[in-house]
Design a binder for this molecule. Structure first.
Ligand SMILES: Cc1cc2nc3c(=O)[nH]c(=O)nc-3n(C[C@H](O)[C@H](O)[C@H](O)COP(=O)(O)O)c2cc1C
Length: 298
């Protein structure tokens, strides 16, 4: 897709022995003629033999076919974020804040119903939320770079993910940019995290989640953990946002990680101090909770 942005060049074969080179959209229909191209070793019809590997051609007649090809230059880490109309915009906002602090490039899409929902859930305006991202798009813009597999990124998270968008991604019926970018992430074997939010869950919701899990997505309902004794809503959000980023391969120290029961309180950790106090207060952790199940708590 995105024909106007294509930099691809394509050989065509005219009736004469001379090759003609077309580039971009005008020549796109000629792809089929590639199959009629003679083997690479057949140089009888070209005055410019192909350069050897690593050799750069400088003459004015060099074609892009013969041009030296280089790796793409290094780029910052790049994450796509979709916000849909389920409740829980606050997780997306926290993730945007963290990724900005980490210098990660973010590409943000907000659905129409997310815009409606977020008005009730946050005091931030749409412009302020968009301002946290490196690039933003409307959900209608199916010409955005993230709608194409040729645009390279390091994964996508839909947070929160509504049951409607979940169903769209599951079925492959992707008529907005969030579901399309998710569809592309799956087909390109890139990370896709779906912070699905609904309760209770119907057969249809569960079936869609299982299907997408098997297709390679991570299903991440934003369900809080309480073993860190969160002191505030921020603590809960930080823990869940941090664990979502773990699923994206981005590991931060912005929340407390489970390291087993601690007999000595860790400095600076209020919740860890509380945990240790509870253990020391007549609860012998090792006798009550087998080690294996403690390890599984995270
Ligand atoms: C205040 C509010 C809260 C909502 N919460 C949820 C929710 O938690 N989960 C869900 O699947 N849909 C929820 N919805 C419904 C979705 O917004 C609706 O299904 C919408 O079509 C989703 O479209 P989208 O995925 O393109 O954003 C909520 C709607 C409103 C107005």
């Amino acid at each position: 897709m995105h024909a106007p942005c294509l930099r691809r060049t394509i050989w065509t074969w005219g009736s004469s022995s001379a090759r003609t080179l077309h580039s971009g959209r005008a020549a796109f229909h000629t792809t089929k003629s590639l199959s009629s191209r003679p083997p690479a070793s057949n140089h009888h019809d070209t005055p410019h033999p192909a350069p050897r590997f690593g050799e750069h051609r400088h003459d004015a007649h060099a074609t892009s076919h013969q041009r030296h090809i280089r790796h793409e230059p290094p780029r910052p880490r790049r994450i796509v974020i979709g916000i849909t109309g389920a409740t829980g915009t606050v997780y997306a906002i926290r993730i945007l804040e963290i990724l900005r602090q980490l210098g990660v490039e973010t590409h943000l899409v907000i659905s129409k119903w997310a815009l409606a929902t977020m008005k009730y859930e946050t005091s931030l305006s749409e412009a302020e939320i968009r301002g946290m991202a490196s690039k933003t798009y409307t959900a209608k813009d199916l010409s955005a770079p993230i709608a194409s597999g040729s645009f390279q990124h390091d994964g996508m998270i839909i947070v929160p993910c509504s049951m409607k968008t979940l169903a769209a991604v599951r079925s492959g019926f992707c008529d907005d940019l969030i579901s399309r970018a998710a569809d592309v992430s799956l087909k390109e074997d890139r990370r896709l995290v779906l912070a699905v939010r609904e309760t209770p869950l119907s057969d249809i919701h569960l079936d869609n989640m299982l299907f997408l899990r098997r297709a390679g997505a991570t299903i991440f309902p934003p369900v809080p953990a309480f073993y860190t004794r969160p002191a505030s809503l921020e603590d809960l959000v930080d823990q869940t946002a941090g664990r979502m980023l773990d699923s994206m391969g981005i590991h931060t120290d912005g929340f407390e990680r489970w390291e087993g029961f601690q007999r000595q309180p860790a400095a600076g950790s209020a919740s860890r101090r509380r945990t240790a106090a509870a253990i020391n207060d007549g609860h012998d952790a090792e006798s009550e909770v087998p080690k294996a199940s403690m390890g599984a708590a995270a």
